[in-house]
Design a protein around this ligand. Structure first.
Ligand SMILES: [Zn+2]
Length: 58
């Protein structure tokens, strides 16, 4: 039986969206400083929960 062995990547929980995220190649140099799963969360506006401004066109 063959299968791709899952690598034990370190994970963290994003304090903004409370969702776990895994280590990424692009973070290999700064993983220790990574706290958020995305730039949006780093700015405090996780996708999906962003509040729409009332009166915005659209
Ligand atoms: Zn997040």
């Amino acid at each position: 039986m063959r299968g791709v062995k899952k690598v034990d990547l370190p994970t963290k929980v994003c304090p903004t969206c409370q969702r776990p995220f895994s280590w990424r190649k692009k973070w290999e140099r700064c993983w220790a400083e990574i706290r958020f799963c995305s730039d949006a969360c780093r700015r405090g506006t996780p996708r999906g929960t962003a509040q729409k401004s009332p009166g915005s066109p659209g």
